[in-house]
Design a protein around this ligand. Structure first.
Ligand code: GPQ
Length: 811
């Protein structure tokens, strides 16, 4: 149901000027973009606050079921334009700024990205918040209010340098509201023993525990033109007044503040691991405590809490939730074990985001029981009862043993999440299949009914209406405006993909986006790139399995092709990278260094000229993605088949008209199904071929290196001094590829990748054919709306119904 705020430009200007005058003691014309941004944000706050209050009142008055999405990461990026778009007043505000003679773009750029996430997982969580509000479901986020978000990346001498990202700095987060009255205490450490509580009951007694205060800050999540405002609750840590004497020095306090200081503390040390576990428990415990409290306010029986509450465990970071929920129900509210367990398993559900084993969290029982002694007791009890119950059912012993929570001195968090919940899902079809047949196969054999797939999605509004306004206008021109409210209407574009005038329009749109990016590239790197070249983009975290290195090997091959035959016919390309490497991930950082040195070599070779350029854009983040993605001709999605759970940038590129260069991995497969085989470029091994290598151990990278002369030359380029200033990084790469047998099969996929890239070059030269492909991608991208993904979560996992619209109804 569409519903926009009624706001005239004149009214907006009055509101804005009034807020500005109250806040900033200066003239509008003298204000900095930041001052203007703050005034604008506060104006918007006034607009949505009544809706927010009303939403909360109506949800509790109607006792609506609420799903709580627990995630250690949320990556919304900038909120200004999303909030304006969703209120339906983006154009009004832009017009108001024009009338005031102010530069809206400068003001929007003054907002610091809210980067409380690393990459896909955090961005997905933020997308789900938007889609929950947009679909109208009551779904609230629960996470941490990090003082420093994901590090800021600088490139110095080709190396990644990490700087702290003080995202709310001295200005604060303009969107949040502190909710003091919902603060709760969270306990760590100490000793716990069970004492007689009378009536044959036991109660835990704590000694020497550390008690910390969890204070929530709420960030509103606005639905698209529907008047709905949901809530993202981020927890911060404080020292409770009654315990202040325990922290006499600033250093003592700092250690506490560390809990919400950084997004992923370095966990290569025992201290770092402890801090990470404390973060996970802190947000989980605080969230669950307040959820139970607000449920009880309705006066309903606690045993039935699952009728009004769902808790979603986003990856394993909040997977302590089932045990903590049991603790709250039993210790704090006196419930019996069986009733508590029944409620817990009905409340909890879990999403897995990777099959890579290093990301499936495990904690040593020593550390876990030291930090969370009571929760550990409960986990041991859950584990014992699970064994007993499975044994009684006659389940296969080996399977049960493999699925235990506590095993070989470790606590397996994914196992706790699966045993303690009713649903486990993967994030793309192939990923869910792999969970069933490999990673979690014993669980699947024991409890197949828990497994389901929910293919990821994106907030398409952000990637078109906000990131690509001209593309959006062009879509309007050809099929009307309906797609802005119902994304499935985009399919009407299928009718014009072969219309020469439409093709021409969409070509021009892409050229404009490329020009915008080319200007940015020149400004930030000094490299001039031609918009006549194919813009070939790979932006994502730097990880060996994502195979940025395969892309690099292809670039080296092209470099030699041109050097060998400078007069040859060549389709010009600009290769654009953006990628942060985890601070402790040495190999990934070496790849960044090599990309930068290769870029120096190529970009400064007059013989190469405009035929080939390589650009590494530093500090890749959501707001930079908004600039880069709409400008891409080719979207590089080249992970080793089976390794990328889904990918989500692949969906954003598709939607803005890039052609995907893809392995049959993650959601690439579903993209192919939507656009058709001929409108995507597929290469490389399938997951079955990869698994065949694993089973037979027959892979021999050195043999490929020795026998394929092209590969041989490309790989030698890493170590023969051709690329200056990266001797040691080059030999690390050589060793990974040849000496250590190429874990991600780059050598095997190389020839097929090169052939696929040659196909892309040929296709691009046939503009009609290329525009057909490009527009087919836009026209068939509706499947990947996170609005539909979240509807499936809401209906199939959380069993929510759509709350009735409040007073704010469409006229
Ligand atoms: N993903 Cl386990 C992350 O971004 N961080 C993580 O710690 C884990 C997964 C990604 C995954 O690699 C992508 O394939 C997915 O598209 C994304 O999660 C969202 O599901």
């Amino acid at each position: 149901m569409e519903q926009t705020m009624e706001l005239t430009t004149d009214q907006f200007i009055r509101d804005f000027e009034q807020t500005f005058n109250e806040q900033q003691q200066t003239l509008l014309q003298n204000a900095t973009p930041t001052e203007l941004f703050l005034a604008l944000a506060h104006t918007i706050r006034q607009y949505y606050t009544p809706m927010w209050l009303e939403r909360n009142e109506s949800l509790s008055a109607r006792q609506e079921k609420i799903a709580y999405y627990f995630s250690i990461e949320f990556l919304p990026g900038r909120m200004l334009e999303t909030n304006l778009l969703n209120l339906g007043i983006l154009d009004t505000v832009k017009e108001g700024f024009t009338q005031l003679g102010l530069d809206f773009t400068a003001v929007k750029n003054a907002e610091h990205d809210m980067a409380l996430g690393n990459g896909g997982l955090g961005r997905l969580a933020a997308a789900f918040m938007d889609s929950l509000a947009t679909t109208g479901y009551a779904g609230f986020g629960n996470g941490l209010r990090y003082k420093y978000g994901l590090f800021k990346q600088r490139i110095v001498d080709g190396y990644q340098v990490e700087l702290p990202d003080a995202w709310f700095g001295s200005l604060g987060n303009v969107w949040e509201t502190r909710k003091d009255h919902d603060a709760v205490n969270v306990r760590f450490f100490g000793n716990v023993y069970m004492a007689d509580a009378g009536e044959g009951k036991l109660k835990p007694v704590y000694s020497n525990a550390q008690v910390l205060r969890a204070v929530p800050y709420d960030v509103p999540q606005l639905g698209y033109k529907n008047g709905v405002v949901n809530n993202l609750r981020l927890w911060d840590v404080e020292i409770p007044e009654e315990y202040e004497l325990n922290y006499p020095t600033i250093a003592d306090r700092r250690r506490v503040e560390d809990i919400t200081a950084v997004l992923y503390p370095d966990d290569s040390t025992e201290e770092g691991k402890k801090l990470r576990l404390m973060q996970e428990y802190f947000m989980t415990s605080a969230g669950l405590q307040t959820i139970v409290k607000s449920y009880l306010k309705m006066g309903l029986p606690l045993e039935k809490i699952y009728e009004k509450v769902s808790v979603h465990i986003n990856d394993t970071h909040p997977a302590v939730a089932p045990a903590e929920f049991m603790r709250i129900l039993i210790d704090d509210y006196g419930m019996e074990w069986d009733a508590a367990w029944n409620a817990t398993t009905k409340v909890m559900s879990y999403t897995n985001h990777t099959i890579l084993s290093e990301a499936l969290e495990k904690w040593s029982t020593g550390l876990f029981s030291f930090v969370l002694p009571r929760v550990f007791q409960i986990i041991v009890e859950i584990d014992n009862r699970y064994m007993a119950q499975m044994g009684a059912q006659g389940a296969d012993y080996a399977r049960v043993e493999n699925t235990r929570i506590v095993r070989n001195g470790q606590v397996h968090m994914a196992h706790l999440a699966i045993i303690g919940g009713h649903s486990v899902n993967g994030v793309a079809q192939i990923h869910t299949e792999l969970l069933k047949e490999d990673t979690l196969r014993d669980f699947y054999a024991l409890t197949p009914e828990k497994f389901n797939n929910k293919t990821n999605g994106i907030v398409q509004r952000r990637w078109t209406q906000i990131a690509a306004p001209v593309l959006s206008q062009t879509i309007d021109k050809w099929i009307g405006f309906e797609w802005r409210n119902d994304i499935h209407a985009l399919r009407a574009l299928n009718d014009v993909v072969d219309n020469p005038r439409a093709q021409n329009d969409f070509w021009e749109v892409k050229q404009l986006a490329k020009k915008r990016l080319a200007d940015y590239i020149e400004e930030t790197t000094g490299v001039h790139v031609s918009t006549d070249a194919i813009f070939d983009v790979q932006v994502k975290r730097l990880h060996a399995y994502k195979r940025q290195l395969l892309n690099v090997m292809h670039i080296i091959k092209l470099y030699w092709d041109i050097k060998d035959n400078p007069e040859g016919d060549f389709t010009p390309r600009v290769f654009i990278f953006g990628a942060k490497a985890a601070p402790g991930y040495h190999f990934a950082k070496s790849i960044i260094k090599v990309i930068n040195e290769l870029a120096n070599l190529i970009n400064n070779d007059p013989e190469i000229g405009d035929k080939l350029k390589v650009v590494f854009l530093e500090n890749y983040r959501v707001s930079l993605a908004e600039l880069i993605i709409p400008a891409a001709n080719v979207s590089e999605q080249i992970s080793l088949a089976s390794k990328e759970a889904s990918g989500t940038s692949n969906m954003k590129f598709m939607m803005t008209g890039a052609v995907t260069m893809a392995t049959l991995d993650g959601a690439n497969i579903e993209i192919r199904d939507e656009v058709g085989e001929e409108n995507i470029v597929i290469f490389g091994m399938t997951k079955d071929e990869v698994y065949h290598h694993y089973e037979t151990h027959d892979y021999n990278a050195r043999y490929l290196y020795d026998t394929d002369p092209v590969l041989h030359r490309v790989i030698n380029t890493f170590v023969d001094g051709t690329i200056p200033r990266c001797q040691s990084e080059g030999s690390e790469i050589f060793d990974a590829l040849v000496t250590y047998n190429d874990e991600y099969f780059l050598l095997e996929d190389f020839q097929s990748y090169v052939a696929a890239q040659a196909r892309v070059s040929a296709l691009y030269r046939d503009r009609e054919r290329w525009m057909h492909m490009s527009m087919m991608n836009i026209a068939n991208s509706d499947k990947f709306t996170s609005d539909d993904t979240i509807r499936q979560y809401a209906e199939e996992i959380w069993h929510l119904s759509l709350p009735h619209a409040g007073r704010h109804r469409a006229a």
